[in-house]
Structure formats: structure tokens, C-alpha cells
Design a protein. Sequence first.
Length: 201
Amino acid sequence: MSSGVAEVLSVVAAMVLGWRVPYTAAQLLWINLVTNGFQDIALAVEPGEAHVLRRKPYGLRARIFDRTIIQHSLVVALVFGVGCLVTYRIVWLRTEDLAQARTAAMTTMVLLQMFHAFSCRSLVTSIFRHPWSTNPWLILGSLGALGAHFLVVYALPEGNVFSTKALPLSHWVLILPFALLGVLAMEVSKWMVRRRGLDLT
């Protein structure tokens, strides 16, 4: 949900600022396809956390979208949206190449969501305290999705249905820090949750 809000946020913000939108319709479809496939299935088989049985039971009026979910979603949506929009704008100013700027924005969103999948293994526990070995399917799914995205960016000819253009190394130096910023944002949001007394690990 948060990534979908981020995509809408970045598109609306670009229109308000008078910029060309940072993704084509086909690129939005690709983002959802490559990030909502294997990783979602892998998260479905994520082992339960040790603190679950020590947590107080939810009340009868408990909501699916509780305070924690809403907080995480808003933080992530804002960081994702701003990160992709800033990446898009910087690449555009450097190159004045719309296809390359959009490819950079699309790649940033793909990586943000890919890293976010690992953060979502727990809504409370830090990603750095959660053993990666407990869900090898998520690692395999993420590598598969990343490989598919590399094919779309580098293997397809220019003018393809996704309107992608190969990214030089200089753009990756820009994209990766923004992609990792999503992990930092989620860690801050989890810390805020733990400050409310929900750290049961």
C-alpha cells in the first residue's frame, strides 16, 4: 500500500511542479509486477517471531490498519515518493534525457521496494537483528526480481515497451543511497514503535 501511495505522490508532485511525470504507465505496471511477485510469496512463509506469544491479545475492536501500520505506511510512502522524484529530477538535469531519468526513477522505486521487503519481515524488530537465514525464499525472490529488472534496463533495445534506457555507473551512485534511505526510514519508524513500549523481542 505504501509503495502505491508513493508512486501516486511522486506523479502528482511532478505534475504540480510542472515537470514531466517520472514514470510511464508501462513502467508503473513493471514496478508492481517485479516487486509484488516472488517477494510477496516469500513473505507469506516468513517464520513467526519469538515475541508473538508474549504480546497482549488484540481486542475485539482492533483494526487491521492500526497506529503502527499507518505510521509505517506514511513514513515509507513519503520517503519513497520524495526519493524517486529527487532521483528523477537530478538525472534529468544532468542529462536532459527523459527516458534515462524515468529509468532511474523506476529503478529507484524497484530497489526501495526490494529492500523494504526485508524490513517488513517484522514491524517491530530491526532489520539488523533479524536473521536473514530464516527466510531464504525472500533472498532468492529478490535476486530473481533484481535479475529481471536488469534485463529490462540493459537487455531490451531503446524504444522498448517500457521506454527504458541503460543507466551508466554514475547514476547508480545516485540511486543506491536513495534506495537505502528507505531502510533507514523504516528503522526510524520501528524505533518510534518500540519507544511506545511495543518492543517485545
